[in-house]
Design a protein around this ligand. Structure first.
Ligand code: CA
Ligand code: CA
Length: 699
């Protein structure tokens, strides 16, 4: 619309100037002619015509006068004496007709010019007047902070984080500005997969505390207007869950839990089919008491529930109701694409033609097969839709109950199907973020664009740069790019998910095999370092004291701390000469990554970032730049250099209304705020990201 307005105005001006030019550059005569016409006065064509034509016209009229006007009245003669230069044209003259036509045409033209100017002005005003914006849900406005409970804060000196510890850090969460917290599983569990093997879905594991501790934490978060999202792990239970204990006891019809899990008879002395576990090796384990095999798409200690059994569906719905009644604000649904399997358990899964085997792997790998029998079945989608409907019932009671699903899949159509069924499905595209020499600028644009362009109307985007199953972003992209990665996370359209510690740039710790706790890694001793998820799960680095404030001094934390915790922590002392004399904490240090994160959280509250559209302005092998625009609000340009060398580009664009200079709002090093940057030649250092803005709010 601004472009339409500008075009209208420019068109009007061009027409006006052009018209004035052909009228022998005599704007005064044009205006005076208009005024005379409006006053009903007579006027001459010479006023409007070029001089040659005017002179020709004059001589013609004199000839005509000799021939035809010799009998004009005395009054006319007197009038002619009074106004000798403005003799009337003969009524039959071609020039008179021409003058009338031109007279009317000029009036119409002037009216059109004025109309165009008015239209242009109105369009400009309209385009900059903001329209009412829809009310966003809390999960659309919030920065959601993922806490891995074992590693956030220990309160009782056993070296393992717990609920009371998290409550002790609620002030920190409020300080960060995050408005929702997602807790990885806290339910009763033998911890073979650290809480993702649940033995009681409606009780708290003693390692994390009690139900009273949970109630207290929920109350503390709500008191600060923060929401709590729980992990819901529906695909499987622990093999210690009483359902499985009963189910594996016998296959007699008298056993009420007989069909709670996916049981099948063996084939040729082996498992029922060729299915492989996500963690490697067969997805089936034999149980002698039933003389049958049970399915586990993950660890053998995580038997898959049978979602074709109505009682299982009913029980799992009741689990959701239990926590909803307690006031929990939402759920993250774990591994949902694995929920339902084919009814015929004799089917084999086909080999993956694109799989390249690794000679070091001792177990058959999940990637060696395609998985049409165990993932993304229509019945799975039906279950998810049922749960969404259940949450919607509770949403009507006054607070929205949020649901996000976890699905790792390469097919964007599959992901968008899940995205429509829940409020969102996780967008893991940015886990593929790169840096340095591998064209990370263009690559980042592709990662962002592929999600945004595949969403349909009404869907809401989200972004993840780290979680408990993937190496930390500062390790993946390099510490010098961690700030830019956080800026990308918080300034793209949609909801950002921040993994604990990424706000201070925590890095993967090196965990020896002897210290390794992740069963996935322990099952693959030869390749444990590539498999282990322990490095991204090490304790939160709060300060530089022993154990970094995570647990008491002298206690052995459940995983070793990263040895950089002395210099990289929430309350770090910067060991420069100045700071030795005047110690500063990261919280106090005005340019720390922690302060950058908080500034980003604040900046994200600007309506342009909450509601505005994204436009991909520039991507090169090193640079990714996008703008965020919202009618009636300032426009922002976010430009980052994810490559290995400095690059200078022009970000000026007259056509888009982008100025030559714009004010810096924020930079990754927080050192240029308030400066005016020359957008015609903006240089970005490796890892540098700048946010500039122009325009002003019209409401
Ligand atoms: Ca503890
Ligand atoms: Ca399943």
């Amino acid at each position: 619309m601004p472009r339409l307005a500008a075009c209208s105005a420019v068109f009007a001006l061009v027409v006006l100037v052009g018209y004035l030019y052909v009228t022998e550059k005599q704007p005064v005569s044009v205006m005076s002619a208009i005024m005379r016409a409006m006053e009903g006065d007579d006027w001459e064509i010479e006023d409007l015509l070029p001089k040659e034509i005017g002179r020709q016209s004059q001589s013609q009229r004199e000839e005509d006068s000799d021939d035809s006007y010799h009998s004009s009245s005395d009054d006319d003669d007197e009038d002619a004496l009074l106004r000798p230069s403005r003799k009337k044209l003969p009524s039959s003259s071609l020039w008179q007709k021409y003058s009338r036509v031109l007279n009317r045409a000029s009036l119409c033209l002037c009216a059109a010019v004025l109309a165009c100017l008015a239209l242009g002005s109105a369009a400009v005003i309209y385009s900059y007047r903001s329209q009412p914006r829809p009310e966003l849900h809390w999960w659309q406005r919030a920065v959601i902070y993922q806490i891995y409970p074992r590693s956030f804060q220990d309160s009782n000196g056993d070296g393992i984080g717990d609920l009371r510890g998290i409550e002790r850090r609620v002030d920190y969460l409020e300080y960060l500005g995050v408005e929702a917290v997602w807790l990885s599983p806290i339910f009763k569990s033998p911890m073979k997969d650290f809480g993702y093997d649940v033995s009681d879905f409606t009780d708290i594991d003693p390692i994390f505390g009690t139900m009273a501790d949970f109630d207290s934490l929920l109350k503390a978060l709500h008191a600060r207007d923060m929401k709590l999202i729980l992990d819901f792990v529906p695909n499987h239970t622990s093999d210690q869950h009483h359902w499985f204990v009963w189910s594996s006891g016998s296959r007699d019809e008298s056993n009420p839990y007989r069909d709670y899990y996916v049981w099948a008879d063996g084939r040729d002395g082996g498992p029922p089919n060729n299915w492989v576990s996500v963690f490697g090796g067969p997805a089936w384990t034999y149980v002698a008491s039933r003389d049958q095999w049970y399915l586990h798409q993950f660890l053998p200690e995580q038997p898959d529930l049978n979602f074709r059994c109505p009682d299982v569906r009913r029980h799992m719905e009741n689990v959701l109701r239990f926590w909803l009644e307690k006031g929990v604000d939402g759920f993250r649904l774990d591994a949902v694409k694995h929920l339902v399997e084919t009814a015929d358990l004799s089917w084999h899964e086909p080999p993956n033609p694109g799989y390249v085997s690794d000679p070091e792997e001792t177990l058959e790998q999940y990637g060696s097969l395609l998985h049409p029998c165990t993932t993304n079945l229509e019945e799975t989608h039906a279950v998810i839709r049922e749960w969404k409907a259940l949450l919607d019932q509770y949403s009507k009671k006054g607070s929205y109950r949020f649901m996000i699903t976890e699905v790792y899949d390469d097919d964007m159509r599959v992901l968008m199907t899940y995205n429509r069924e829940a409020d969102m499905t996780f967008n893991f595209n940015l886990l593929g973020l790169g840096s340095g020499a591998h064209a990370p600028g263009n690559h980042t644009r592709r990662l962002v664009e592929s999600w945004m362009s595949n969403m349909t109307d009404g869907q809401w985007p989200n972004w993840v740069i780290g979680n408990h199953d993937n190496h930390r972003v500062a390790t993946r992209v390099g510490p010098q790019y961690a700030r830019a990665a956080n800026m990308l996370l918080l300034l793209l359209p949609g909801t950002p998910f921040c993994y604990y510690g990424d706000e201070i740039g925590m890095e993967d710790a090196r965990v020896s095999y002897n210290d390794t706790k992740d069963t996935f890694a322990l099952n693959n001793p030869e390749t444990y370092e590539t498999k282990s998820r322990d490095p991204e799960r090490t304790p939160m680095q709060w300060n530089r004291t022993e154990n970094s404030g995570f647990t008491d001094a002298g206690v052995r934390p459940w995983l070793p701390l990263h040895d950089n915790y002395h210099r990289l922590n929430v309350q770090v002392y910067c060991l420069t000469f100045i700071n030795v004399l005047f110690p500063q904490t990261q919280r106090a240090h005005p340019r720390s990554i922690l302060h950058l994160f908080r500034a980003l959280v604040e900046l994200r509250k600007e309506p342009t970032f909450l509601y505005g559209t994204i436009r991909y302005f520039l991507s090169t092998p090193n640079i990714f730049a996008f703008s965020r625009t919202l009618r009636g609000r300032p426009t922002y340009l976010v430009a980052m250099n994810l490559g290995g060398k400095s690059e200078t580009h022009s970000y000026y664009s007259w056509w888009d209304g982008w100025p030559r200079e714009a004010a810096v709002v924020l930079t990754s090093d927080m050192d240029r705020e308030g400066e005016m940057l020359d957008l015609k030649a903006l240089t970005l250092r490796p890892g540098e990201c700048v946010v500039v803005k122009w325009g002003r709010a019209w409401n």
